[in-house]
Design a protein around this ligand. Structure first.
Ligand SMILES: [Fe+2]
Length: 156
């Protein structure tokens, strides 16, 4: 969708959010706010340059760690269409242990939350590139937290 506001928030490389509620004793990064926004282009594409967030503990159960993820929000064409979801990185060892990821029963829907490494997007001496399509409608639509209210618990 063109002209779409996309917002992201995430932990830093140590798995720490800048939010005051995050008292995890990992270091804050004074150069990293963990938030970003952009508007999609005419073809619906978007791009962020960021750091890969670390896993972080969240006390949902003993020794609970969230897989590395980036939170996304899109507003659609009207306020009631706002969707919130999470993007994951391929091959994360924490997927089988994560109640949020596991709360999605359809494996295809889970897979659609995982970005694909794309060497064509990777920039020499700068950053790895990942592709992640967000689908707003239809049978292949991206899982959203709107669908899972009550299942996810209290998570940043
Ligand atoms: Fe999070």
């Amino acid at each position: 969708m063109a002209g779409q506001l996309v917002e992201i928030w995430q932990a830093n490389a140590s798995g720490r959010y800048i939010h005051k509620r995050d008292q995890h004793p990992a270091p804050l990064d004074p150069n990293f706010t963990g938030v970003g926004r952009c508007i999609t282009g005419p073809d619906g594409s978007y791009k962020f340059t960021t750091i890969k967030p670390g896993a972080y503990p969240w006390k949902n159960h003993v020794n609970a760690w969230r897989p590395a993820h980036i939170h996304f929000s899109m507003f659609g064409t009207e306020f009631t269409q706002r969707i919130v979801t999470q993007m994951y990185f391929p091959g994360d060892q924490l997927f089988p242990l994560d109640p949020i990821y596991q709360s999605i029963v359809d494996q295809d829907a889970r897979d659609r939350l995982v970005a694909n490494y794309d060497h064509n997007l990777t920039e020499p001496e700068w950053a790895l590139g990942y592709n992640w399509d967000i689908v707003l409608t239809g049978s292949k639509r991206t899982w959203t937290e709107n669908e899972a209210l009550g299942a996810a618990g209290d998570e940043e």
